[in-house]
Design a protein around this ligand. Structure first.
Ligand SMILES: [Zn+2]
Ligand SMILES: [Zn+2]
Length: 138
């Protein structure tokens, strides 16, 4: 499967210690990029790795976030979600169905920053309705 080589390559490039559990957790995040919560990652990992525990999944996620392979998505009043898309992007949170979508950030900063500020990282969260929910309510 093509996915596992991407997982291995990413892990190797990050210098993080490779364990089967970390491989599994990263694989889950890369397979379905719907920004699952830790518990959802746990449920999916369990299908391939029945012995994995929720505590282990939390540990793996922490290590992956620390190594920069995975991003944490923090939303108000919602559990933290995880994202394996390493390209700069913002998140769009649908208030109707609770889904989280990746929104590409334009390379040129869209913000009108006063001179002297240099953006290293932008973390912007949009809230609203996703295309599926918008079309449903028409
Ligand atoms: Zn929606
Ligand atoms: Zn994302």
């Amino acid at each position: 499967m093509k996915l596992s080589s991407e997982v291995t390559e990413r892990l190797a490039a990050s210098g993080i210690r490779l364990t089967r559990q970390r491989e599994e957790v990263l694989g889950v995040l890369l397979q379905k990029r719907d920004h699952p919560t830790a518990v959802e990652v746990f449920m999916r990992s369990k299908k391939h790795m029945p012995t994995i525990s929720l505590a282990t999944v939390y540990n793996c996620l922490e290590a992956l976030v620390e190594s920069g392979l995975v991003k944490q998505v923090n939303l108000d009043r919602a559990p933290t979600r995880f994202c394996a898309n390493l390209l700069d992007h913002s998140h769009f949170f649908c208030e109707e169905c609770g889904s989280v979508h990746d929104i590409e950030i334009p390379l040129q900063s869209p913000w009108n920053l006063p001179s002297g500020y240099l953006i290293k990282q932008a973390e912007v969260t949009f809230r609203g309705k996703c295309p599926a929910c918008t079309s449903k309510n028409l």
